[in-house]
Design a protein around this ligand. Structure first.
Ligand code: CA
Length: 370
């Protein structure tokens, strides 16, 4: 089920459900481009996966979706820069597993024995910071920059997808969703709604309704499917819970132990993350279309020689010295020579569109008589 939510005019999410394939895509881009991107992504799955190894086939389909979106974005100026997330699941009955392919910040979860385990890792700036221990899980959930993703289908001709093989047992319940669900509800609330529902449909409805009650700030897409043994179908449920006794083994402990290990926070973490939070707080998100920030966003800053310069990307560095920005142009003007207000517009590192950033820099140059 997919829902526009309470605040957006359009629904840029797409979904595909045809057993054994399930796909969620969350499109981003100006005008209708996001819808085109997510729809293009799911259409690739309409004819199923290629025969052969399911992991390889899923990877091939995601690569094809990426290339198709990338090509369309280059052929049509109205679609330039469009992109989408993808989270795709293929049930592999032969091997009692679900193969999951993933790019972006949509998610896959598995509910087993009452424990909801997140299976995918968000490709987002905030998740990178959380993994480095710079911010806590709680801060990540409330972070204003959480919509900035670091990987998407479309912006580049090639994309690296996370492909994983998840063993499944009868009774396992899988959830695929867009971030319109997970930005509104935390994992505990999602779990409670799933186990408190009497059917897959009821659980799907409950999740979407609750995300809307919490504000519905974004499009919400939810896919739920349950794995069963064809020889012992799970009976129609009229009880209060979706958790079935069908999975014979108690794996709760193991699942809990492996559920998304977080970085430990030592005594010094507080100061470091406070600085990180302040550094990021000065970044202003361009409403709406900012998704692949290192490509789409620009900011003004001061280069090594103290001059006002134009950068593409976001003012942030990933581990191993990977910076998310590039210098595009530097002026002959020293930032220190500007008026205090002007200096603020340079040192604040606010994210801007290309045209905003270039007009600001032109403005600075013309006032300084260059
Ligand atoms: Ca979204």
């Amino acid at each position: 089920m997919t829902d526009t939510g309470r605040q957006r005019q359009a629904n840029e999410d797409s979904l595909f459900v045809k057993e054994p394939l399930f796909v969620v895509a969350d499109g981003m881009g100006g005008a209708q481009a996001g819808e085109v991107a997510s729809m293009t992504a799911v259409q690739v799955f309409e004819n199923g996966l290629l025969p052969g190894d399911p992991q390889q086939s899923l990877e091939t389909s995601i690569a094809l979706a990426n290339r198709t979106i990338h090509d369309r974005a280059h052929e049509d100026a109205a679609l330039a820069g469009m992109g989408t997330t993808i989270t795709a699941a293929s049930v592999d009955g032969e091997r009692d597993a679900v193969v999951i392919g993933h790019v972006g910040d949509s998610r896959a979860y598995r509910l087993r024995d009452g424990i909801l385990q997140r299976l995918t890792r968000d490709h987002s700036l905030v998740e990178e910071m959380r993994r480095r221990g710079q911010i806590t899980e709680q801060q990540a959930e409330d972070h204003p920059q959480r919509s900035i993703i670091t990987r998407a289908l479309g912006p580049e001709p090639e994309v690296l997808a996370d492909i994983q093989f998840v063993p499944s047992e009868p009774g396992d319940l899988f959830l695929l969703c867009s971030d319109g669900l997970t930005t509104m509800l935390d994992d505990e609330r999602i779990r409670d709604l799933m186990i408190g529902s009497s059917s897959l449909d009821a659980a799907t409805r409950a999740l979407i309704d609750e995300a809307n009650r919490a504000g519905g700030r974004d499009n919400i897409t939810v896919i739920l499917f349950q794995v069963e043994d064809p020889a012992r179908p799970i009976p129609d449920r009229d009880g209060p819970t979706l958790i079935t006794p069908a999975s014979g083994h108690r794996r709760a402990k193991r699942a809990a132990a492996s559920a998304d290990g977080r970085a430990g926070g030592g005594p010094r973490t507080g100061a470091i993350l406070a600085r990180a939070a302040i550094a990021l707080a000065v970044v202003t998100v361009i409403a709406g279309g900012l998704f692949y920030a290192s490509r789409q966003a620009f900011f003004l800053g001061t280069d090594d020689a103290g001059r006002v310069a134009l950068y593409r990307g976001v003012p942030y560095e990933l581990p191993f010295g990977v910076s998310l920005y590039q210098e595009r142009y530097s002026t002959a003007i020293q930032t220190n020579d500007l008026s205090p207000a002007r200096q603020d517009s340079v040192t604040g590192h606010s994210l801007r569109s290309r045209s905003d950033a270039t007009s600001l820099i032109e403005d600075i140059e013309s006032r300084e008589g260059i």
